[in-house]
Design a protein around this ligand. Structure first.
Ligand code: ADP
Length: 172
C-alpha cells in the first residue's frame, strides 16, 4: 500500500467548524493522499449522539469537503496507535487550541511516540476564529437555545436542535 494515509481521531459529538477547519487544512497541506476520520468515545464525556449518528453526519458533511481527496470515516476501536497501524496510517493529526490542549496533547503524543515511534503525531494550531470552540460548548449553546450559526455545519444545527429538544439534559 503506497497511499500516504493520515488519521484524525476525535469524538465529533458533534463535529464543529473547528474540526472542519483542521480537516480542510490537513488536506491543503498536500502531504496525505487519504484522510481517515475516526469517531471515538471520550470516556470523560457522556455523548449526545451515538457513534452511528456521528458517522452518518460526518459522511454527509465531508462529501462536500473532499474536493478530489479521499476522506474515509470509521469508528475508532482500541488504542489510537494500534488503530492507526491497522488502517495503515503513518500520521495522527490533532488540533491545539490552547496551552491546556497542548499539555494534554503533548502527554498523549509522548506516550504514542513511545508505543509507536513509526507513527508521527502532527499538530495543527487552531485557527484563532475557532480557538474557543469545543463540542462541549456547542452542546451547551444548543441546550440554552443559542445561535449555532458559524459554530457547526448547517446539517448539524438541525440535528442538535431536535436532539436537545427531546433529551432531558446535556452533560459535558
Ligand atoms: P476528544 O473528545 O477526543 O478530545 P474533540 O473532538 O474534542 O475530541 O477533539 C479532537 C481533536 O480535535 C483534538 O485534537 C482537538 O484539539 C481538535 N479540535 C477540537 N476542536 C477544535 C477547534 N475548534 N480547533 C482546532 N482543533 C480542534
Amino acid at each position: 500500500m503506497n497511499e500516504r494515509r493520515a488519521l484524525f481521531p476525535a469524538s465529533f459529538d458533534p463535529m464543529t467548524n473547528g474540526h472542519m477547519d483542521i480537516i480542510e487544512r490537513v488536506l491543503k497541506l498536500g502531504v496525505f493522499d487519504e484522510l481517515v476520520l475516526a469517531v471515538g468515545e471520550n470516556p470523560e464525556q457522556s455523548s449526545l449522539f451515538s457513534v452511528d449518528e456521528r458517522l452518518a453526519r460526518l459522511r454527509e458533511v465531508v462529501a462536500d469537503l473532499a474536493n478530489g481527496h479521499t476522506i474515509l470515516v470509521r469508528a475508532l476501536g482500541g488504542l489510537m496507535v494500534d488503530f492507526a497501524r491497522d488502517i495503515g496510517a503513518t500520521a495522527i493529526i490533532r488540533g491545539v487550541r490552547s496551552p491546556r490542549d497542548f499539555e494534554y496533547e503533548a502527554e498523549m503524543g509522548f506516550l504514542n511516540h513511545h508505543l509507536a515511534p513509526d507513527i508521527e503525531m502532527v499538530f495543527l494550531i487552531a485557527d484563532p476564529r475557532y480557538a474557543f470552540l469545543s463540542s462541549t460548548l456547542v452542546k451547551q449553546v444548543a441546550q440554552m437555545g443559542g445561535n449555532l450559526e458559524g459554530l457547526v455545519p448547517r446539517v448539524v444545527i438541525e440535528r442538535l436542535q431536535s436532539r436537545v429538544a427531546t433529551s432531558s439534559g446535556v452533560s459535558s
